[in-house]
Design a protein. Structure first.
Length: 126
């Protein structure tokens, strides 16, 4: 995917074509530039870093992300400093409800201001 391939019109809430195109120009973008088949890679969010700013929601061309409140059990299991940071951001964090739609374009990785996202190869299904 090049910046010109990013669709002008998308109907997913939160998608921002300007931000997506900016991320597409980043030379450090990892991944397979949307040549991977859907679900071969998945984005993994490090909740210790995530601040729920939703840049991932804005740039993902496949609607993979959603920002919501962290599960209370997971929150309580975090170290105190991380809990404080999460609390300061309204306990918001990114989820990946449509991870199996990921095409490994890498836009979310370079757009995340907290460097909280990595792409991992999904385990092969038997
Ligand atoms: S993963 Fe990064 S871009 Fe997405 S909400 Fe968290 S901090 Fe923001
Ligand atoms: S790498 Fe996957 S999750 Fe990240 S922006 Fe591209 S399609 Fe979306």
């Amino acid at each position: 995917m090049t910046e010109d391939d990013i669709p002008e019109e998308r109907h997913d809430a939160g998608f921002d074509v300007v931000k997506a195109r900016r991320a597409a120009k980043n030379p450090n973008r990892p991944g397979e530039r949307c040549r991977a088949s859907a679900g071969r890679f998945v984005p993994v969010v490090d909740r210790r870093r995530c601040e729920g700013k939703a840049e991932c929601v804005a740039v993902c061309p496949h609607g993979v992300f959603e920002v919501g409140r962290i599960d209370e059990t997971e929150y309580r299991a975090m170290p105190a400093l991380v809990r404080f940071k999460l609390w300061a951001h309204g306990k918001k964090t990114a989820f990946t409800p449509k991870a199996n739609a990921c095409r490994a374009c890498g836009l979310c990785v370079v757009a995340c201001p907290e460097k909280a996202i990595t792409l991992r190869e999904a385990p092969t299904r038997g």
